[in-house]
Design a protein around this ligand. Sequence first.
Ligand SMILES: Cc1ncc(COP(=O)(O)O)c(C=O)c1O
Length: 399
Amino acid sequence: MPGFELFDQREIDAVADVLRRRIVHRYSFQGVRNDIYKVEEFEGACARKFGARHALGVSSGSAALYVALKACGIGPGDEVITTPFTFIASVEAILECGAIPVLGEIDESLNLDPNCVEDLVSERTRAVMPVHMFGASADMDAFKRVCDDYGLMLFEDACQAMGATYKGRYCGSMGLWGTFSLDPYKIVTVGEGGMVLTSDQELYHRMEYYHDHGHVHDKSIDRGAERKACLGFNFRMSEIQGALGLVGLDKLDTAIGMLRSTRDRVLSEVRDLGLKTRVLPDPEGELATQIVFLLPDGESARRFQRAAKEAGFGCGILSDNTWHYARHWDTLRDGKVYSRVRCPYDCHHADHVPSYRPVEWPVTHSILERAAVFGLDIVMDDARVEALIGAIRAGAKAL
Ligand SMILES: Cc1ncc(COP(=O)(O)O)c(C=O)c1O
């Protein structure tokens, strides 16, 4: 799946061009940069491609979540409803704000189940943040309805879903904001990087200020003379990342096309086995970075996994995934942070911090323990695709 599979001379030239011009900072140096701003170009290209009014490049997907949450004023005393099946960063970003992540249950799309939101809403709930896992959109119409009913903000963690769509709209462009990760495992990578999309101009400016120490950016004056809008921090993207991102974005549709064509070939070759895949609200829009089979139960999933591995292709069972499933996050359960006051764990604004015990997500567990996953690479030769097909056949035989 990683975008670096498609790296070629274009990435080398893009980075070399930045280095040759010696301007690696996205801001300042107006006198010598000939009006060339690579991060700004990348932001503009992302906003246009994904249908948002604004895009802000930042230093990682985690930073994108954190900057966006902070700009919305999420802080101590607030709750954000999200999913127990996501990369831990989604939850860490909420905790870093001093707010409480309230983790619902997933459905067979492997995304947060919109039907669980209503029961989790309290007077402290400010927002709902579905995560488009494995490049497939959550049911955004249903989330929009429930957020409108309860007056909640709707955020999108689209870190795994750059280029995925839901009913023709791009993931990341449907909520108040949406984030992408550009880390080394993603379909577009710049090494480390992230992007926030929003169509709310005021919110965009807050993010822009916050991610750069509160700078009110103004190209007509020296950076040192710029006004301060707020206290912030440094989550800036560099020009090297911006230049790489522009090339990666240009290759995104090709990468998605290659992944989908491998998925289609594999699924058509194993159709006779009658295996169930995950149930997506808009199957047309998924990236196809993974193929997931939902097997009858946990035991048969183990047999499937063993046989697939023996046949020569790696297969995971999602309930084993220690970084993406809250059941395994003892750091979250134990509130392992280094500060003396452990907000939100023993913060006086937070009276009801969930205990995050492993038994808390029975529905999620019943789905993940029978979910067998195969990761797809963008570039897969015939032999490898055949090996995958053989592994699925072997797995199915062992059910
Ligand atoms: C769903 C999700 N959210 C957030 C992140 C964090 O992104 P990054 O690794 O760029 O910080 C990731 C990264 O894998 C992710 O998968």
